[in-house]
Design a protein around this ligand. Structure first.
Ligand code: FES
Length: 161
C-alpha cells in the first residue's frame, strides 16, 4: 500500500470516528482526540489535520488540547505499560528510588525496555497504603520493587500469548 493510500485510509477512518461526535457536541476537540486514541491506541500525526478540519478549529487549537492532556499519546503505546506512582505517599516509601531502579533495570535489559517503553509516572493509584505502588497494564502492584514489576511484566507477557 502506498503512503498516500495509507494517509487517505487514516483520514477516512478518523473522519468516520469523529464526525458523529462533532454533530452532537460543542467544542469536541478533546472528545475527537480521545476517540482517535481509543481506535488506534494513540493519535497518529495525520489525524490532527482531520480533527482540525472536521471541528473547524485551527491546528494550534488542536495542538493546545493535544499537548495539555498527557494521556493523549503521539506514538503507539508499548506492548506492556508500566506506570509507577510518583505521588507523595509513594515517594515517602521509596517511589523515587524504585523509579531509578526500574530505569536501570530497563537499561540493562533491552527486551524489557522494548516491551514496556518509558515509565509514565502516574499521580496516585489509590493504593497508597501499599506503596510504592505501580500499575502494570491494568494490574495494580503494591509494595513494588523491580522483582515484583518484572514478575508482573512476565505475567502480562504470558497473558498476551
Ligand atoms: S500516592 Fe501512590 S498510590 Fe497513592
Amino acid at each position: 500500500m502506498s503512503e498516500k493510500t495509507a494517509d487517505a485510509g487514516l483520514a477516512d477512518t478518523v473522519r468516520g470516528l469523529i464526525t458523529p461526535i462533532v454533530a452532537v457536541e460543542a467544542g469536541p476537540v478533546l472528545l475527537c482526540l480521545q476517540a482517535v486514541q481509543q481506535h488506534y491506541g494513540y493519535v497518529p500525526e495525520g489525524a490532527v489535520a482531520v480533527v482540525t478540519d472536521v471541528c473547524n478549529v485551527t491546528r494550534a487549537d488542536v495542538h493546545g488540547v493535544f499537548s495539555y492532556y498527557s494521556d493523549l499519546k503521539k506514538a503507539p503505546p508499548p506492548a506492556i505499560s508500566v506506570r509507577l506512582c510518583a505521588a507523595e505517599a509513594c515517594q515517602a516509601v521509596g517511589g523515587r528510588a524504585l523509579a531509578a531502579a526500574w530505569r536501570e533495570a530497563c537499561e540493562k535489559d533491552p527486551g524489557l525496555a522494548a516491551d514496556t517503553g518509558i515509565d509514565e509516572p502516574v499521580f496516585c493509584l489509590g493504593n497508597c497504603a501499599l506503596g510504592p505502588a505501580a500499575m502494570v497494564d491494568d494490574k495494580l502492584v503494591g509494595c513494588a520493587d523491580v522483582a515484583r514489576l518484572k514478575a508482573a511484566v512476565d505475567a502480562a507477557r504470558e497473558a498476551a500469548l
